[in-house]
Design a protein around this ligand. Structure first.
Ligand SMILES: [Zn+2]
Length: 289
């Protein structure tokens, strides 16, 4: 096994139960955070740029400099992920996508089928939320600043009653216009995601990546950093299933029509400097108004 080292967690204003204990460990030869800029992405020399681009293009692999969770936290992550899955089963897929963190804790407490979050699980979630994601290579903005930020339910619409929600205003209008112009080819694949929903997706991805947070965040924004929390949404080709979330989406009729119509102002274009893979299916909506 590769030698791992603890690094100090740069917490941002929240007192945590596990203060002083590093959440993450990383392998050696990592650029220090002094060389990166959290909003605009890393400023890199030509050689480093090549290395960076190769990482985001081969997003689902392990690379030198990737940051890992330590083994204790990985076990806690696994338990937390399972608890969140039980919670999703309890409240239902659609409701879960709107469920805020405080309500998640309440439901878990009141339902033995889910079970109360342990102190160490809550510490882990807080640390993950408040840690600067640039520490492990994600440089996007953070539209949701607080772990308890909630989705205003009255502003959410259950699109075609399929359990995927969009905000009223520009997001819903944009999707309706897309549907009208592109027709039956296009489907909504993901809409509003609460902090709790993004936690589940990110924990799943980190678990599948064996605790490699850098690898997980190349595919998926960490909790707080997802613009699904304020208006962005994902679309796909009808009948294309999971392939809608791969580069193959660009071969579909839906993609070509969206491109021709000018809807593909992407949040994460190819070779972006945010540390995120190319996401041709993710529609950027600049505001809810
Ligand atoms: Zn998306």
């Amino acid at each position: 096994m590769r030698r791992r080292e603890f690094i100090t967690v740069a917490t941002t204003g929240v007192a945590l139960g596990a203060a002083g204990v590093g959440l993450f460990s990383k392998n050696t030869k990592t650029p220090t955070s002094a060389t990166i800029s959290p909003v605009s992405g890393p400023k890199l020399a030509q050689h480093d740029l090549k290395e960076y681009l190769s990482k985001v293009r081969q997003f689902d692999g392990n690379h030198v400099g990737d940051t890992y969770m330590d083994e204790t936290n990985f076990q806690i992550l696994s338990n937390t992920m399972e608890r969140l899955h039980r919670l999703q089963s309890l409240v239902g897929f659609g409701n879960f996508s709107l469920l805020d963190f405080d309500d998640a804790i309440k439901h878990a407490y009141h339902h033995t089928s889910v079970g109360n979050f342990t102190r160490s699980e809550l510490n882990l979630l807080e640390m993950l939320f408040y840690e600067q994601a640039s520490t492990y290579g994600f440089y996007g903005e953070k539209p949701l600043q607080n772990i308890t930020d909630s989705i205003p339910k009255l502003e959410a619409v259950n699109v075609r009653n399929q359990g995927i929600f969009l905000f009223k205003g520009l997001p819903l209008e944009t999707y309706n216009a897309i549907e009208k112009k592109v027709g039956d080819d296009v489907v909504l694949t993901s809409g509003i995601r609460s902090v709790t929903k993004q936690f589940l997706l990110f924990l799943d991805k980190t678990y599948k990546s064996n605790g490699n947070l850098s690898r997980a965040s190349r595919s998926l924004a960490p909790p707080g950093y997802s613009f699904h929390g304020i208006g962005d949404f994902d679309v796909g080709q009808r009948g294309f299933g999971e392939k809608n979330f791969t580069d193959k989406f660009v071969t579909t009729n839906a993609f070509k029509r969206l491109e021709d119509l000018g809807y593909l102002t992407l949040r994460y274009p190819a070779d972006n400097m945010l540390g995120v893979r190319f996401e041709p299916w993710h529609i950027k909506v600049s505001s809810r108004a």
